[in-house]
Design a protein around this ligand. Structure first.
Ligand SMILES: Nc1nc2c(c(=O)[nH]1)N[C@H]1C(S)=C(S)[C@@H](COP(=O)(O)O)O[C@H]1N2
Ligand SMILES: [Mo]
Length: 311
C-alpha cells in the first residue's frame, strides 16, 4: 500500500548525500553573491540573541540544499532547485482570530519594527537527521502581543501560502497533503521565549527553500512543526488541525516533541544523523535528546502529561 509520508531514512542514502553536499560546497563561493553592493541588500541587521547552541553549525550549503518543503517536491534537492521562481516579496502576514487588534503586516515593515535576533538552534527532523542552524528572527510572542491576545485564545493556528502556479508540489494528486500546509501550537508553546519566527539564516534574508519570507522555528519539536512561508496566524480556542497529523495521525502527533523514547512506528528515534558532519564517507550519528536538548527550558510546559500518549 503506497503511503505518502516521510521516507524511511535508509543507510544507503548517506554516502551519495554526503558526496552531493561535498560537491555543492565546492560551489559555496556563490553564497557570497548577496554580499555588499547588491541593490537589494539581502543582509539583515541583527543582534545576538539568547539560547545559542554550542554545537558546530551546519554548513550553509547543507542548510540550503537539503530541505523538506513538499510544496516544491519530495526530494531533498527539489526546494533549492525549484523555489527560484517563488515570489517571497511583497508579502503580508495576517494575524487574526481571538485578538483585540487583528494585524495585516508587510513583511519588511515587520522586520524594520522589531529587533531581529540571531539564534543558533539545534533542529531535529522526524526522519532522524539533525542540523544546527543560525537563524535570524523575531520571538513569536512579541508579534502576537502586538495583536492583543484575548483570553479565549488557547491555541495558535498557522497557514502556509497556497500558490500552485509557483509551487509545483501543490499540484500533486489525491492522498497527499491537503494544501495549504497547516500547523499549530498550544498558546503557551507559542509564547515560549524559544519560539521564533525566522526571517533569515546565516545573517541573510531567508532563502526561498527555507521558507521565505517568514517561517516558524520551534527547536524542541520535530522539524515538521516549523511551517514555512506563513501567510496567516490565527488565535483559536480549540486544537487546530495540522497537515502531517491529518495524513497519518498514528505517526505524527500534534505535539511532536522530540523524544528518543517514543519511536516512530517505522523507525527508531533514539539517535540521529548529523547532516554535514561527515566527510565524503558519511555522517556522524549522535544520541537524540529529550526535547532536543531544550528540556531545561520547556519541560515545565508538559508537567504531568503522558508524553507517550501525547506524542
Ligand atoms: N510549508 C511547509 N513547511 C514545512 C515543510 C513543508 O513541506 N511545507 N516541511 C517541514 C519539515 S518536515 C522540516 S524538517 C522543515 C525543514 O526546514 P528546512 O528545509 O529549512 O531545514 O520544514 C518544515 N516546514
Ligand atoms: Mo521534517
Amino acid at each position: 500500500m503506497a503511503r505518502y509520508s516521510f521516507p524511511q531514512p535508509a543507510a544507503s542514502e548517506i554516502t551519495p548525500k554526503a558526496a552531493y553536499l561535498g560537491r555543492r560546497s565546492l560551489l559555496a563561493g556563490a553564497g557570497g553573491l548577496i554580499a555588499a553592493g547588491s541593490a537589494q541588500a539581502a543582509g539583515l541587521r541583527t543582534q545576538p540573541g539568547p539560547f545559542n547552541a554550542p554545537e558546530p553549525q551546519t554548513p550553509r550549503d547543507a542548510v540550503t540544499h537539503y530541505n523538506n518543503f513538499y510544496e516544491f517536491g519530495l526530494e531533498k534537492e527539489d526546494p533549492a532547485r525549484l523555489a527560484g521562481q517563488f515570489h517571497a516579496r511583497p508579502w503580508t502576514l495576517r494575524i487574526d482570530g481571538a485578538v483585540a487588534k487583528p494585524l495585516t503586516l508587510d513583511i519588511d515593515t515587520l522586520i524594520a519594527r522589531h529587533t531581529v535576533e540571531s539564534r543558533v538552534y539545534r533542529m531535529r527532523c522526524v526522519e532522524a537527521w539533525s542540523m544546527v542552524i543560525p537563524w535570524d528572527g523575531i520571538p513569536l510572542a512579541q508579534i502576537l502581543r502586538e495583536a492583543e491576545i484575548l483570553s479565549s485564545a488557547k491555541y495558535v493556528a498557522f497557514r502556509s501560502v497556497l500558490r500552485p502556479d509557483e509551487m509545483p508540489g501543490q499540484s500533486m494528486g489525491a492522498g497527499t497533503i491537503d494544501w495549504p500546509y497547516v500547523e499549530g501550537l498550544r498558546l503557551d508553546e507559542a509564547m515560549h521565549p524559544l519560539t521564533l519566527l525566522a526571517v533569515g539564516l546565516y545573517g541573510d534574508i531567508l532563502p526561498n527553500q527555507n521558507g521565505a519570507p517568514i517561517r516558524l522555528v520551534v527547536p524542541w519539536k520535530y522539524g515538521f512543526k516549523g511551517i514555512k512561508s506563513i501567510t496567516t496566524i490565527t488565535l483559536v480556542d480549540t486544537m487546530p488541525p495540522t497537515s502531517w497529523n491529518r495524513l497519518a495521525a498514528d505517526e505524527y502527533g500534534f505535539y511532536a516533541n522530540v523524544n528518543p523514547e517514543v519511536d516512530h512506528p517505522r523507525w527508531s528515534q533514539t539517535s540521529e544523523r548529523v547532516i554535514g558532519s561527515g566527510g565524503f564517507f558519511g555522517e556522524r550519528r549522535q544520541p537524540t535528546r529529550l526535547f532536543n536538548g531544550y528540556a531545561e527550558q520547556v519541560a515545565p510546559l508538559y508537567a504531568g502529561m503522558d508524553l507517550h500518549r501525547f506524542y
